[in-house]
Design a protein around this ligand. Structure first.
Ligand code: SF4
Length: 320
């Protein structure tokens, strides 16, 4: 594993998305403002699996061919040269060598790097429904099912982008925790979760309750199992799109920590702002800033560490 000096999350990305002229056509994809912005808060590691397995630039395009024997990536012309295993092997190598990865940005439509809706063909070369997944991308996801992944096109949607960034940061912090201790104990889990509690509440109430039960007592026989269950629940909760209703509920709970500090008039004003956010009349940043304003005056150590309040005021991450 490479040693790094900065604390940005490391994210794998299709090399053609960040200016490398490695596509079959010999060029790169058009530069993207969104990816440039994201690279300010993440360390992008550019990888091109097709070049890595020895294919030249430019090259004949390859395609997904599906038949009774399974899914393969083959040359488009004759559909006889099979690149499936080398692409899977390269994914295994990347997983082993980049254990710091906290996310991956795949490439729309690619038979190697596509995340969804990739074109597929049958043995006769006829097009099937566009429901394929790139072979390299699939292997990367199989190797680490919790790895936050997205596709370049989908990152233009602010809500999907916000969701991806949150998951990347959470997974990055989790990997840092795992590297820093020999065994992740219940104490570590409780401390870690303290920062995510209200974010999880906003995203997925069911997982919020399940995590609460999971962390109510130690699994002395198998702390590893408890840690694995915890991170699976946390990552799957964050993967769900948060709703305005979910966020409003979490913000109202956070407001509860001010009950002894502020007047009833101030409480009503906060409730009004949260409600205007809930009904879509205000963006999330408004109630978040208002709550941050009050917690600056009346600091609360527990609320001060909530990622829901901290992350939402970082412009590169804000999406709502
Ligand atoms: S989509 Fe993947 S395999 Fe194709 S050029 Fe880009 S990085 Fe290389």
């Amino acid at each position: 594993m490479a040693n790094r000096n900065n604390n940005k999350p490391q994210v794998g990305i299709g090399a053609c998305l960040v200016g490398h002229a490695v596509r079959y056509s010999g060029d790169a994809k058009k530069a993207s403002h969104v990816l440039r912005k994201l690279s300010e808060t993440m360390e992008m590691v550019a990888l091109c699996p097709e070049v890595a397995i020895g294919l030249p630039v430019p090259r004949e395009p390859i395609r997904i061919v599906e038949n009774a024997e399974g899914i393969h990536v083959k040359d488009s012309e004759s559909q006889t040269i099979d690149y499936t295993q080398p692409l899977k092997d390269f994914a295994d190598k990347v997983t082993t060598e980049h254990q710091d990865f906290a996310g991956y940005i795949f490439v729309k439509g690619s038979p190697s790097c596509g995340y969804e809706r990739v074109k597929r063909y049958n043995d006769a070369g006829n097009a099937l429904a566009n429901t394929g997944v790139g072979v390299y991308a699939q292997q990367m996801m199989d190797n680490d099912p919790l790895l936050p992944v997205e596709e370049n096109g989908r990152l233009h949607d602010p809500i999907l982008r916000e969701n991806f960034v949150r998951r990347v940061y959470a997974y990055h912090e989790w990997k840092q925790l795992k590297q820093s201790v020999e065994v992740v104990t219940l104490h570590h889990l409780t401390q870690f979760y303290a920062r995510y509690k209200y974010l999880v509440m906003a995203h997925n109430m069911t997982n919020y309750k399940t995590i609460g039960r999971l962390l109510s007592k130690p699994d002395n026989q198998n702390p590893q199992r408890q840690a694995d269950q915890f991170i699976e629940l946390l990552m799957s909760a964050l993967k769900c799109s948060a709703t305005r209703k979910g966020y409003s509920n979490a913000l109202s709970h956070i407001k509860g920590y001010l009950k002894r500090s502020i007047s009833s008039t101030e409480k009503v004003s906060i409730d009004e702002v949260i409600d205007q956010y809930r009904t879509g009349d205000l963006p999330l940043i408004v109630p978040v800033k208002l709550l941050n304003h009050y917690f600056n005056i009346y600091p609360n150590q527990y609320i001060g560490q909530q990622t829901l309040l901290i992350d939402s005021i970082i412009p590169a991450r804000a999406g709502f």
